[in-house]
Ligand binder design. Structure first.
Ligand SMILES: [Fe+2]
Length: 268
């Protein structure tokens, strides 16, 4: 897209839950997460070069500055502006400092063409579940106040149940605070998140709800407890039309990278 042309379509790439480590050889349940991210970016950007990338949390697994630097280096493959928000595994201040210095947006909102992307931090330090603090709700309120653009929201934790009991127990614990603010606002076209390591879609009135698979391991859908899925690493393409329409699809690598310990009982 020519970002200067508000009438053009905007191609957004959402990636999530990269779980990188300081050590580029770091693995999660046997899978090298940096290799996996690089394969995803290669495929996602080869198919269609994005105009903008959003990474929706759990960027690193160990909260290290080196892990965030590994991410910033990998993102050069996309060759476009990026934004990133924290998930439960991140260290928010290190994320904001490290990626902010690389020109990656880490909160607030971004205006592109006829769209405003709102980036919310739902992390509760030391906890797996999410919560939108009054500070983040104020950011949302301000972002809704002064624009006629179409609006797409990003956060890490799911604001609605997705039908997996163990994941729904660690979702956003004040989803109503978010949804009550936007459900009657016709400018708000969609809400996107990560955290659940699977593709999921729903609808809240006119608002499209979208979860994005992880760039490494996937969780099996519809499970009462932890379970891995056999789906390879994935991503979501989101095409934003100038008149507010959203076309979106998730994709996966054609082959699972080597190393995954498929019968793992969980991770921390
Ligand atoms: Fe994650």
């Amino acid at each position: 897209m020519n970002i200067a042309n508000p009438d053009a379509e905007l191609h957004l790439l959402q990636i999530s839950d990269c779980h990188l480590y300081a050590d580029p050889k770091g693995t999660l349940l046997g899978l090298n997460t940096l290799d996996s991210l690089q394969q995803v970016l290669h495929e996602a950007c080869n198919a269609a070069a994005p105009d903008f990338v959003v990474i929706s949390g759990d960027l690193v697994h160990d909260g290290t500055r080196a892990g965030y630097n590994n991410l910033a280096h990998a993102l050069k493959r996309a060759g476009c502006p990026c934004a990133a928000i924290p998930g439960n595994h991140d260290h928010a201040l290190t994320l904001q400092d490290t990626l902010g210095k690389k020109g990656i947006r880490t909160g607030g909102h971004v205006d592109i063409g006829n769209w405003r992307l709102v980036l919310l931090n739902s992390q509760v330090p030391g906890q797996e579940h999410g919560h939108l603090s009054q500070h983040e709700l104020d950011i949302l309120d301000r972002a809704l106040e002064d624009t006629n653009s179409h609006i797409l929201l990003f956060l890490h934790h799911q604001p609605v149940p997705i039908g997996s009991r163990w994941l729904d127990n660690i979702g956003l614990d004040n989803g109503d605070a978010l949804l009550s603010r936007v459900r009657d606002d016709l400018r708000v076209k969609g809400i996107c998140w990560g955290h659940v390591h699977q593709s999921w879609e729903g609808q809240l009135g006119h608002i499209r709800l979208m979860a994005t698979p992880s760039t490494c391991i996937q969780f099996a859908p519809g499970q009462p407890g932890f379970g891995l899925d056999t789906a390879p690493p994935g991503w979501r393409d989101i095409i934003l039309g100038a008149s507010g329409e959203i076309t979106s699809k998730t994709h996966h690598l054609t082959k699972m990278p080597q190393g995954l310990i498929a019968d793992s009982a969980g991770y921390c």
